[in-house]
Design a protein around this ligand. Structure first.
Ligand code: NAP
Length: 409
């Protein structure tokens, strides 16, 4: 059993700068703003962090889950951490722990409970073992571009590309739902190398082309910020402009929870917007390639985009047989049609969603815009409550059993 620490000892929360891909997830998640960053590192302020752990499950790499016992008076400062290239080595505890009771030692009160994360912190029980962090900032892998195609209508503002990267002879084992980091060339405004940008795989574990050592990404060219002002996305523009045989620096793979179940007859409810469709394409393609084995469960897809022509992979998606996948398109700006979001369609299809939710072999995946998280949870709660069930009990079970996963930005 862990003895309580004396008051003068701190279990300091640190982020591993060698593994961190600077995706900002931890800073967004921290409920008390204890995490900050500069152009070099993401760091935890020891004066603010209360060890609530809210940031730990969403971190795609595990870089966030590092702790050192230090004398409280000698805690690693924010300033020191911002300059680190690597974590300091583990030291022997500064004082033998557990010699006093928490009260006698003036132990601070336990940290307040973190708000529950909407999704699971564990993968489905039957998910395959993922490899993570095989290639890092210090040891990136060089991939070769073997394809770069636009997958949205040429007359639309949504310039979304399907990019295929080949790894040649080097191993790069991945699973559907994992992501990789791309290191764009050049320097940022502070003269430092650009940070890695994270993209989900759009291809299944056996390659974009089955049996080849390659994978694909779905990348939207960023030309404006969230407020609609002109902005040049460093990595998205770099990737969308690549041509065949260009070389790309890659790190990863990342992600150990947003993984598909591996057992037969598992059902998938996939809910996505825009380029959040990448992992859904990977999972759908994994199932499509094994149709003949007869082991697939039911696949249900809710896919949101502005219009059909802005929906990536619209053509190939429409060719999939209806008895293989139940496709529901939510179009928000299609001329002459009412604005629809994925959460509206979940309510429309309540009976089928409930049937799948009642089966413990069903896993739910949500990927895309951050704003959809609340809408999708509300819709799942509404359909559950309307059928007389308690959503909080079901929600807890879905999280505990690794059956509800979010990847939103
Ligand atoms: P988008 O085109 O801006 O939006 C797609 C659709 O979602 C539109 O119909 C939009 O409707 C709708 N939408 C907006 N707010 C919504 C809400 N609160 N609830 C439900 N639907 C909503 O999408 P995008 O630019 O492709 O963005 C996709 C997101 O996925 C990005 O945040 C990206 O970072 C993330 N993502 C990408 C990857 C990848 O590998 N590339 C992986 C994971 C996640 P209106 O705009 O008409 O209101």
């Amino acid at each position: 059993m862990n003895a309580p620490l004396p008051a003068e000892v701190l279990k300091q929360h640190l982020i591993d700068p060698e593994i961190c891909i600077r995706c900002n997830t931890c800073e967004e998640t921290c409920p008390i703003d204890a995490i900050t960053h500069d152009a070099n590192n993401y760091v935890v302020d020891p004066d603010i962090c209360n060890g609530c752990m809210a940031c730990v499950p969403p971190c795609p790499t595990g870089a966030i889950d590092n702790w050192r016992l230090v004398a409280r008076a000698e805690a690693h400062s924010v300033h020191d951490q911002l300059g680190w290239e690597e974590l300091p080595k583990e030291q022997a505890p500064p004082i033998a722990a557990g010699s006093e009771s928490p009260a006698a030692a003036g132990e601070p009160p336990p940290a307040p409970a973190a708000p529950a994360a909407p999704g699971a912190a564990v993968p489905p029980w039957s998910a395959a073992h993922p490899y993570v962090n095989l290639y890092t900032h210090k040891t990136p892998m060089t991939a070769t571009v073997v394809g770069n195609y636009r997958v949205t209508g040429a007359d639309t503002d949504s310039d979304i590309h399907h990019i295929v990267l080949d790894f040649g002879e080097l191993p790069f084992p991945v699973l559907e739902g994992q992501s990789i980091g791309i290191l764009p060339p050049g320097l940022d405004a502070q003269g430092r190398p650009h940070h890695a940008r994270q993209y989900s795989l759009a291809s299944p574990r056996d390659g974009e082309r089955a049996g080849y050592n390659n994978l694909s990404l779905t990348v939207k060219r960023v030309t404006e910020d969230h407020a609609g002002a002109a902005a040049h996305g460093v990595c998205s523009n770099y990737l969308c402009d690549l041509v065949k045989n260009d070389k790309v620096q890659v790190i990863g793979p990342f992600g150990h929870t947003f993984l598909m179940p591996n057992h037969s007859r598992a059902n998938l409810i996939m809910i996505c917007t825009g380029t959040g469709s990448a992992p859904m394409r990977a999972m759908t393609e994994r199932c499509r390639r094994r149709i003949d084995a007869g082991e697939n469960g039911k696949l249900m897809l809710f896919f949101g985009a502005r219009t059909e022509r802005e929906l990536p992979y619209f053509g190939p998606l429409m060719k999939l047989p209806p008895d293989f996948i139940d496709i529901n398109l939510a179009l928000s700006r299609e001329a002459g049609q009412p604005k629809r979001y994925v959460q509206d369609l979940i309510r429309d299809r309540a009976a089928k969603v409930l049937e799948l939710l009642a089966d413990r072999n069903t896993c739910i995946y949500v990927c895309g815009l951050k704003g959809m998280e609340v809408g999708v949870l509300d819709a799942l709660r509404d359909v559950t409550v309307q059928s007389g069930q308690d959503w909080s009990i079901l929600h807890d079970a879905l999280r505990r059993e690794g059956r509800l996963h979010f990847e939103t930005y």
